[in-house]
Design a protein. Structure first.
Length: 289
């Protein structure tokens, strides 16, 4: 079967564009040229490990309900997968058992989006990092790029998706809280602009220094993230990666992108163009018949 030249170059042109960037705080984001991202502050001093966030996430996203026998236990690390976008873990620390929530960090400059040649992984103006299935070509560069090991692939599905927390983007656009925030009975999760959340985190640390470790995880890690953490213990004791660089990871690729031959960067886009053109041509042939 031949490839329709018009469909091929239309598809290649579109994919080539990829190389071309429980509580809500009440303050209104400042209107400026630089839109302020929304995010979520997680306070592990308030988390009781009830897993309400896990259930709320599953119900909001049409995922299987959590297994009641699968609950946080010290010594067992529960991970996100294609059936769950957030998990709570129980960590034994010098200050006793402490809970920690894990999910997509919604980086300010996400490596997953920088590594995606078709912009299927996308940082929205509101802040959430989302995956757009109609743009994905299945390369899984996002999985390799993520410093937090977040995106998961549906290996057992005949029509696989990339799965991760999207901060309930549809709800955020409608002015609603993310499901996990809305359903947290202990108010361990706070939704707001990133500026507000950092200010709130500093306020809590300043007003009760005996209860908090002096730091905000995500304020600078990997160039800053939309999910922010405060804790009664140093973050490495919660299993959070404290060895990440402060600059965003996409900055590491700038020199590479200007030095490698164009064919190596364009090759995935070319393959996707061939795939789409072949698919479109096959559909045209079937219609003609």
């Amino acid at each position: 079967m031949g490839i329709d030249r018009r469909n091929f170059f239309r598809s290649l042109g579109l994919t080539g564009v990829a190389l071309g960037a429980g509580k809500k705080l009440s303050a209104t984001p400042e209107q400026s040229d630089e839109k302020e991202f929304y995010g979520i502050l997680y306070d592990s001093t308030r988390c009781v490990g009830c897993q309400s966030c896990e259930l709320a996430c599953a119900l909001a996203n049409g995922l299987p309900e959590p297994d009641p026998e699968d609950y946080p236990m010290p010594g067992t690390i529960r991970k996100t997968n294609e059936n769950r976008r957030t998990v709570i873990n129980a960590i034994e620390t010098p200050q006793g058992e402490i809970y920690v929530k894990n999910q997509c960090m919604h980086c300010n400059q996400p490596a997953c989006a920088a590594g995606c040649l078709t912009k299927a992984m996308y940082k929205t103006e509101e802040g959430p990092v989302i995956w757009r299935d109609k743009k994905c070509m299945g390369c899984r560069f996002c999985m390799i790029s993520c410093p937090f090991d977040v995106p998961k692939f549906e290996y057992h599905s005949p029509n696989p998706d990339i799965v991760k927390c999207n901060m309930c983007y549809d709800r955020v656009k409608e002015g609603e809280l993310p499901a996990c925030v809305a359903d947290c009975p202990a108010e361990a999760l706070t939704f707001g602009t990133r500026r507000e959340l950092i200010a709130e985190a500093r306020r809590r640390i300043h007003e009760d220094p005996d209860s908090y470790y002096d730091g905000i995880y995500g304020e600078h890690e990997a160039g800053g993230t939309g999910y922010l953490y405060i804790s009664p213990v140093p973050f490495e004791e919660l299993g959070l990666n404290t060895k990440l660089q402060k600059k965003s990871y996409p900055e590491l690729t700038k020199g590479f992108l200007f030095s490698v031959p164009s064919i190596f960067i364009l090759w995935p886009a070319i393959l996707l163009g061939i795939h789409n053109a072949t698919k479109n041509n096959a559909k045209t042939t079937d219609d003609d018949e």
